[in-house]
Design a protein around this ligand. Structure first.
Ligand code: GDP
Length: 319
C-alpha cells in the first residue's frame, strides 16, 4: 500500500514513534517507495550526532547505551538507539528492541529504540544501517547511538558508520588481547573500561593505555583517544563518558574531521547501494543466455573470465 511520504516524515519529525518505525521498515525492506522516502529525507539529514558502541558480548554495551540515553535525556536531547545484530536474520522492533534493560525508556517520547538484524540482508550491514541512521537523523534525533549486538568483523564496519566510535572493554575478559586481535585498537575514538567496580579494571586500563601508546608518534593537535572508566550498571562515569564524546565531537568540528568522515560515509553508502544493484542484476542473469554464452566461450578457450566479466559489466551499465 502506498503511503503519503511527506505526511509520514512530518509525523516522524514530531516524534511519533510509529511514523519513525514505518519509515525504517520502508527503507529496510527496499520498498517500491524507498527512493521517494530517501529523497524526502535528504534535505533533513546531517544534524544528528552518531555514536557507535562496540565491544565483545558481555562487556556492557547494552547497559552503557541505556545509561547514555539517561544522560543525554537529562541534557534535554532526543535520543535514538539502533541495535544492530549482524549475526541474526531476524529484524524488527519487537524481537530485540523489547529488551528489558531498555524498558525504563520505553514510555519516554524523547527516546526511540530499534533493532535491526542484517544477516542475509540484501547488501548487508553496509547498506541497511546507514539508511536507518538517515531516517533517525531526519526525524530530528539529536543523538543516535548505534550499538552492536553479537560478534564479528562487522564491529569495524559499524564504527566506520559513526561520527564517534566508542570501544568498550571490561576487566577479566582477556580483552586487551582480544582487542588487538580484532583490530579495534585502531577504530576507537573513545575507549571505555566498563565494570570498573570489578577487580582488574586498573590493569585493563593500563594495558590499554600502553597498547594505544605503541602507535605512531602523534602530531600536535591529533586526537588522543581517552580511556574512561565506568560502572554502567550504576551510572557511574557516564557523565565523563558523555564529556569525552562531546570533546571528540568538538575536536572533529574544529579540524574538519567530521565533514571528512561523513563524506567518506556517504561515499561508502553510494558504493554499497551501487554494488548491491549490480549484484542483483548479475544475479538476475543466472540461467540467462548472455551469461551462459560467455561461459561457453570460456570453456572453448576463446575468452578468459576477466574479459567475460568486463563484457558483462559493460553490457549491464551501458544502457
Ligand atoms: P553487552 O552484551 O555488551 O550488551 O552487555 P550487557 O550490557 O548486556 O551487560 C552484560 C552483563 O554485565 C549484565 O549482566 C550487566 O548487568 C552487567 N554489567 C553491565 N555493566 C556493569 C558494570 O559496570 N559492573 C558490573 N559489575 N556489571 C555490569
Amino acid at each position: 500500500m502506498a503511503v503519503d511520504v511527506a505526511q509520514l516524515v512530518g509525523r516522524a519529525r514530531e516524534g511519533k514513534p510509529r511514523a519513525v518505525a514505518r519509515l525504517i521498515t520502508l527503507v529496510e525492506g527496499a520498498s517500491p517507495q524507498l527512493r521517494e522516502v530517501m529523497a524526502a529525507l535528504a534535505p533533513l539529514c546531517g544534524n544528528a550526532y552518531v555514536v557507535g558502541l562496540t565491544g565483545s558480548p558481555g562487556v556492557g554495551k547494552s547497559t552503557s547505551t541505556s545509561a547514555l540515553v539517561t544522560a543525554y535525556r537529562k541534557a534535554g536531547k532526543r535520543v535514538a538507539v539502533l541495535a544492530v545484530d549482524p549475526s541474526s536474520p531476524f529484524s524488527g522492533g519487537a524481537l530485540l528492541g523489547d529488551r528489558v534493560r531498555m524498558s525504563e525508556h520505553a514510555s519516554d517520547p524523547g527516546v526511540y529504540i530499534r533493532s535491526m538484524a542484517t544477516r542475509g540482508h540484501l547488501g548487508g550491514l553496509a547498506w541497511a544501517a546507514p539508511q536507518a541512521i538517515r531516517v533517525l537523523d531526519a526525524a530530528g534525533f539529536d543523538v543516535v547511538l548505534v550499538e552492536t549486538v553479537g560478534v564479528g568483523q562487522s564491529e569495524v564496519e559499524i564504527a566506520a558508520q559513526a561520527d564517534t566510535a566508542a570501544v568498550l572493554l571490561a576487566p577479566g575478559m582477556g580483552d586487551g588481547i582480544q582487542a588487538a586481535k580484532a583490530g579495534i585498537l585502531e577504530i576507537g575514538d573513545v575507549y571505555v573500561v566498563n565494570k570498573a567496580d570489578r577487580e582488574g579494571a586498573d590493569a585493563t586500563a593500563r594495558e590499554l593505555n600502553h597498547m594505544l601508546g605503541l602507535g605512531e608518534a602523534r602530531q600536535p593537535g591529533d586526537w588522543r583517544p581517552p580511556i574512561v572508566r565506568t560502572v554502567a550498571a550504576r551510572g557511574e562515569g557516564v557523565d565523563e563518558l558523555v564529556e569525552a564524546l562531546e570533546k571528540h565531537r568538538a575536536w572533529m568540528d574544529e579540524h574538519g574531521v567530521l565533514a571528512e568522515r561523513r563524506a567518506r560515509r556517504a561515499a561508502g553508502e553510494i558504493e554499497a547501494i551501487a554494488v548491491t544493484a549490480l549484484r542483483e542484476r548479475i544475479g538476475d542473469l543466472r540461467g540467462d543466455r548472455r551469461l551462459g554464452a560467455l561461459a561457453e566461450r570460456i570453456l572453448a578457450g576463446t575468452l578468459d573470465p576477466y574479459a567475460a566479466a568486463d563484457e558483462l559489466v559493460a553490457g549491464l551499465t551501458g544502457d
